[in-house]
Every structure is written in structure tokens, then in C-alpha cells.
Design a protein around this ligand. Structure first.
Ligand SMILES: [Zn+2]
Length: 390
């Protein structure tokens, strides 16, 4: 590991700290020796003998902690942390905190940094207790709230996460409401077996974010489990107003509700109006094909999709059309169907609008950038086909 360039900074910093301390000392005493501190050479010796940890210890000791050198200590420790050498960063920060000469503000800053070291090292319980200690101060640093928010999300402690998100919102202008709504959805998921409790959390989610599609989908799930299909429908039909991009997620539940209510003609009508308002919604077109097949048979479904595919070509549409007409050409049709099936399996159905992460399953919390509600269903269409063929 090439740490030499970084370690070279240490003797320089130590030397500058030592010199500044010396010049300060000089003002008081005129009789001053012009020799180096022997500790400096000891440290340099360790460094040259490739014993960087011992060298750091010596230089840390040498670099007197005072108001002028605190920044140097912090900068060095942060460099170590950024390089992934967290244990070294921790040693420097712990050394800083142990010094009684630090101002309250400097001590708080060193505590925040040490907490970040623990976060990096994955020792969340230590980081948590450190940031909680900072919250007891008269004016806690915003970082303490933000890092606790991160910790509670990782540990899935949603009540505490909500509390921290609310605090962050009172200090910074960031709108945390949609995120808080997701935390309430997470709580609802933990309590889906007790419908009343889950519904209470979903109501809170809706209070914080009226456009929280996830809360609507979850509420519909609860109503479906209770065989209350009308209530479920009310929730699911609301999603178009909230965010039509997520309609694809609601379609399987909608089909189930209309089937249970024995009212597929209404679903057919609704899908037609949806496609008038959102002509690029491939998922709705495919659902309409399925409903047409259920009601009027395979030939009617084929005829519908065939005319649609000219104006709105899609791999999934082609795949469905081929599957519908399977018996018509026993050699060619299964072959083409297999090819389109592979294409669909290779295409990512969901994309994060924030970081570009894409995957095959829906995540409300992006695994890439850790943002909430940034992943949207992507309709597989011809442009996707082009990227697959290139
Ligand atoms: Zn992302």
C-alpha cells in the first residue's frame, strides 16, 4: 500500500507545529537552542524502517495540540479516512478528543469526525452512542442528526429515523416529507399482520406525502387481504393522480379486484381511457390485451395488439402477440417467442432517476444512491431493443 506520500505530510505538519510552538516559546525565552526535537528523528526513523503506525504515534505526540494545529490533525485524519485507513483516523481523532486544551466547538467537531470514522468502519453502535452524546449539547451539530438518520435507516429503526428526519427538516430547508412517508410505509410493512396498526402508519405516510404511491399500494394490499375489493380499487385508481409513472405497479392488483368484483368491462373501459391520456404506457396496453383475451378470446386480443404494435412498438408487446398466436406456426413462432423472452429478461424494468441504477425488481430505496422514491418503472420499448442489439 502506497502511504508514503501521506505519511510525509505528518513530519511536515509535526515540524510546522513544532516550529510554531518553538517560535511562540522564543518570544518568552531569548536563549533558545536551534536543534530539532529528537522525537522528530525517532518518528522519521520509524517511517524509514516502514513502521508507519509507530511513526504516526510519534508524530501525533510531537504535534502539540493547540488552536493552531487542530485543523492539521483533522485534515490528516480525514485524509486517512478517505483512503480507507480508518483505524489511523480513529487514533488521531481519539488523541484530539483526549486533549483538555480544545475549545468546546473543536471538541464537538472532533467527535463528529470520530463518529464518521466509526460509520466508515461499520461500528454503528459506537457511532450511534457518540452522535447521541452530541445531541445532549446545547446546540448539536446538524451532522449528528444526519448521521443518526443514516444509522437508523441502516438498522431499520424507523421510529427513530422519522424523529431524526423531522429534526433535520427544522434545521435545513431540505424537504424530508416524502422520505418520512417512506419510513411510515416501512413501519406499515413491519405491521401488515395487524391491519389496524398498518393502516394507521399508512395514514401518517399519506399525511406527510399525499403523492406517496407506495402507501396507496400497501393500503390496497391490506384491503385485498380483507376481501374488501371496492376499498382496494379506490386506492389503486387514485395512483393515476398521484404519479402515473407508477400505474404499472398497480395493474396486477387492479385486475384481481375487477375479477373478484366480476366487473372486467369496467376495467377494460378504464384501461382505454388511461391509454388515451398516457399513450406510451406499454404495461397498460399489455393489460388491456390480457383483459380483451379474458373477455373476447385470443383472436380479439391478437387483433387489438397487432394494430397497437404499429404505432407503439415494444418487445413485450411483440412477445405477447407471438405467445397469443403460438399454434399458427409451430416452428417459427416458438423460436421468435424464445428470443423475445430472452430480450425481456435482459432488459431492466426499473431505473433510478437520480443515479441511473437499473434492475429487474422494484426498490423504493435505491440500492445505488440510497435515495427514496427515485426508482421508476421503465416501459420496455424499441429504444431498449436497440440498446440490446448493439
Ligand atoms: Zn439511485
Amino acid at each position: 500500500m502506497n502511504v508514503e506520500w501521506l505519511l510525509l505530510l505528518l513530519p511536515i505538519a509535526a515540524l510546522s507545529g513544532w516550529l510554531s510552538a518553538r517560535s511562540h516559546f522564543k518570544k518568552q525565552k531569548s536563549t533558545d537552542k536551534t536543534s530539532f526535537n529528537p522525537e522528530y528523528f525517532k518518528g522519521l526513523n520509524f517511517l524509514l524502517n516502514e513502521q508507519p503506525d509507530k511513526a504516526i504515534d510519534v508524530f501525533i505526540k510531537l504535534l502539540e495540540v493547540n488552536s493552531e494545529t487542530v485543523e492539521t490533525h483533522l485534515a490528516l485524519a480525514n485524509l486517512f479516512r478517505r483512503r480507507g485507513e480508518t483505524d489511523r483516523a480513529i487514533r488521531i481523532h481519539q488523541n484530539l478528543i483526549a486533549r483538555p486544551t480544545l475549545t468546546l466547538q473543536q471538541r464537538d467537531q472532533a467527535l463528529v469526525e470520530l463518529g464518521l470514522d466509526y460509520m466508515n468502519a461499520g461500528v454503528l453502535d459506537r457511532a450511534e452512542s457518540l452522535f447521541l452524546e452530541l445531541l445532549t449539547k446545547p446546540s448539536p451539530p446538524i451532522q449528528a442528526y444526519k448521521q443518526l438518520l443514516r444509522i437508523y435507516q441502516q438498522e431499520k429503526k424507523w421510529i427513530q429515523a422519522i424523529e431524526m428526519a423531522k429534526k433535520v427538516q427544522t434545521i435545513e430547508p431540505d424537504n424530508m416529507d416524502p422520505i418520512i412517508a417512506h419510513f411510515y410505509c416501512e413501519l406499515a410493512i413491519q405491521h401488515m399482520h395487524t391491519a389496524n396498526k398498518a393502516l394507521m402508519f399508512l395514514k401518517q405516510a399519506n399525511k406527510y406525502d399525499q403523492d406517496c404511491v407506495r402507501a396507496m399500494l400497501l393500503e390496497a394490499d391490506l384491503h385485498i387481504t380483507a376481501n374488501n375489493y371496492r376499498k382496494a380499487l379506490k386506492c389503486l385508481l387514485n395512483i393515476e393522480q398521484q404519479n402515473p409513472h407508477y400505474l404499472a405497479e398497480a395493474l396486477p392488483q387492479l385486475l384481481m379486484c375487477y375479477q373478484q368484483l366480476n366487473n372486467l368491462p369496467s376495467f377494460e373501459k378504464w384501461l382505454n381511457t388511461i391509454l388515451l391520456r398516457h399513450p406510451n404506457l406499454t404495461s397498460a396496453r399489455l393489460m388491456l390485451t390480457q383483459v380483451t383475451q379474458l373477455q373476447h378470446g385470443s383472436q380479439a386480443a391478437q387483433d387489438y395488439l397487432h394494430t397497437q404494435l404499429h404505432a407503439h412498438p415494444s418487445v413485450e408487446g411483440l412477445h405477447t402477440l407471438i405467445s397469443l398466436g403460438e399454434p399458427s406456426n409451430p416452428v417459427l413462432v416458438p423460436l421468435i417467442r424464445d428470443i423475445t423472452s430472452i430480450m425481456i429478461r435482459h432488459g431492466d424494468r426499473y431505473t433510478c432517476q437520480h443515479c441511473g441504477f437499473s434492475g429487474k425488481t422494484m426498490h423504493w430505496h435505491c440500492p445505488g444512491c440510497k435515495q427514496w422514491g427515485t426508482i421508476k418503472p421503465t416501459e420496455i420499448h424499441l429504444s431498449a431493443l436497440e440498446t440490446l442489439l448493439n
